[in-house]
Design a protein around this ligand. Sequence first.
Ligand SMILES: Cc1cc2nc3c(=O)[nH]c(=O)nc-3n(C[C@H](O)[C@H](O)[C@H](O)COP(=O)(O)O)c2cc1C
Length: 273
Amino acid sequence: MNILAINSSYRGDKGHTGFLIDKLFQGAKAAGAECQVVTLASLKINRCLACGKCRTAEHHLKCVHDTRDDIAAVFRQMSRADIIVYATPVYVFGLSGLLKTFLERFYGQGDSKDLRISRSGLMFYHVDHSICSKPFVTLVCCDNLENETPKNVLSYFQTFSKFMDAPQVGVLVRNGGRLSGHGLDPEREKRVPRILDVYAAYEQAGRELATIGHIRRSTERRANQEIVPVPLFGILKRLRPFKKTIIERTGDDMSPRQFGHKKLPCLSILTFV
Ligand SMILES: Cc1cc2nc3c(=O)[nH]c(=O)nc-3n(C[C@H](O)[C@H](O)[C@H](O)COP(=O)(O)O)c2cc1C
């Protein structure tokens, strides 16, 4: 199995997104997969100019940028992969700008004169399936704990899957990034064992991608679990009175050590940081 991750964090491979990809790939490599990461922040990816040249007979399906930036090399890597991992932090409630800029370059891979109906019954034009229709995993991370935060990214990739005929073979959503220390604070991880269980689930997800080509629902649930060690937090956090309690009992320090003293994380993790 050949798995390619597209890391779209502005922090490149030094950020939380890169850390989570590493965890996923530790499991995938151990199970025999060949894994590669494309770090968009370290490449030159020009934005689509909407010039329409790719729609003309002269430049049919060729982008004016193709020889001026790194996109062609990334598309070649994608066409060799069996599974793509689209990995993005939430940036102001949506995909990272780098990922959106990258995905907009798919425009040059579509033939608007050749209309088709996708497997989901949607009218769309022909796209290069070897690039756009690969089975893919959505990996999204954010700091906020509200379910609303990653919604736009998840919805985007559902729509992408339907139009592109690209099967979504896993969804990894990691909230509470700041609370967990973004993978950079081993002390914090020791104090909140759920964080370590999340990372173990990422490795398991990698093994499943390598061996069965998708992530099992049970593994997704483990990887996507709440890390705040308050019983029923997933349900409680939907309730306004509970949020008020959090706000009232909040401290300035959001160290998980506080949970041992029955204090709850501070407001800044419920709003975004
Ligand atoms: C420009 C910018 C916007 C952000 N917007 C949000 C947001 O809307 N919601 C949220 O929960 N976190 C937000 N964050 C935090 C990141 O999603 C979070 O820290 C993530 O783990 C960063 O991943 P990275 O280290 O790979 O870049 C934002 C960060 C930046 C730099």
